[in-house]
Design a protein around this ligand. Structure first.
Ligand code: ADP
Ligand code: ADP
Length: 235
């Protein structure tokens, strides 16, 4: 069974007067196995953000299904979505979304605090992440005291600490200079090699080229996909 199945996903936005409709996603179907690292690539307006918002369960599709680990999102009630998300999904955003009033350590712990986790368990989970992400010197600092690349590493630690089934990354290199982008992409490859499933949305060819598989999206449709290495096929 695939970890993630996206079936005939469609999203139509209607303006507030009900007079104009935009088909942001037309008929998107793909699946991801556990341990995959997939990039969704497309130009501005192609539907990437819409797809990510649906996968994140921030928004509901007009039709079609998203099934994560055997559970269709449509079976989860709105009131249960926040808890579901916290347990199953990790998010890495372009603009980091760190809280300036919390230290780096407390930012990373926040999703576990919200889940009612014990301090001992939080510390146990943090220590391997500190090594991989090289953030030991940052833990007592505040977000406004660290660089963009350091913020993104903090955000990745916060995403990983809940041990999510799937990491969803939205233009994770978007606010980083080329060196920090390179480091982030290298880190994504490392955590993927350690078994983490990642889906990254990007319009950067450099970023996409680090993923094992790239889905190309245009006008709300996945029109092509490539596999890095020897596997290559047309959609
Ligand atoms: P691209 O695909 O070119 O990266 P995005 O749709 O991802 O464009 O948007 C780029 C940035 O603009 C993101 O940070 C997103 O949150 C923001 N953004 C996108 N649409 C809107 C909107 N309608 N209003 C305000 N901000 C938006
Ligand atoms: P991308 O992230 O690739 O830039 P989006 O998913 O943001 O693409 O947008 C896909 C299409 O849907 C665009 O035509 C955009 O204008 C439209 N769109 C996105 N969000 C909304 C919204 N909230 N209301 C109306 N149209 C939207």
């Amino acid at each position: 069974m695939a970890l993630l199945e996206v079936r005939h996903l469609k999203k139509t936005y209607t303006n507030r007067f009900g007079t104009n409709q935009v088909e942001a996603l037309k008929d998107v179907t793909f699946s991801m196995e556990e341990g995959e690292y997939t990039a969704v690539m497309g130009e501005s307006g192609s539907g990437k953000t819409t797809l990510l918002n649906l996968l994140a369960s921030f928004d509901r599709p007009t039709s079609g299904d998203i099934i994560l680990n055997g559970l269709p999102f449509r079976k989860i009630q709105d009131k249960d979505l926040a808890v579901y998300r916290r347990k199953n999904l990790g998010f890495v955003f372009q603009d980091f979304n760190l809280l300036d009033t919390l230290s780096v350590r407390d930012n990373i712990f926040l999703p576990l605090v919200l889940a009612g986790e014990k301090t001992e368990e939080m510390k146990k989970r943090l220590s391997p992440l500190v090594k991989v992400l090289r953030i030991s010197d940052l833990l007592d600092k505040f977000p406004y005291e660290i660089s963009g690349g350091q913020k993104q590493r903090t955000a990745i630690a916060r995403a990983l600490i809940t041990e999510p089934k799937l990491i969803l990354a939205d233009e994770p290199t978007g606010a980083l200079d080329s060196r920090a982008s390179y480091e982030l992409l290298h880190m994504f490859e490392q955590i993927n090699q350690a078994g983490q499933t990642i889906l990254m949305v990007t319009h950067s060819t450099t970023a996409a080229s680090h993923a094992k598989r790239v889905l190309f999206i245009k006008d709300g449709t996945v029109y092509h996909q490539i596999y890095r290495g020897d596997k290559s096929r047309d959609e």
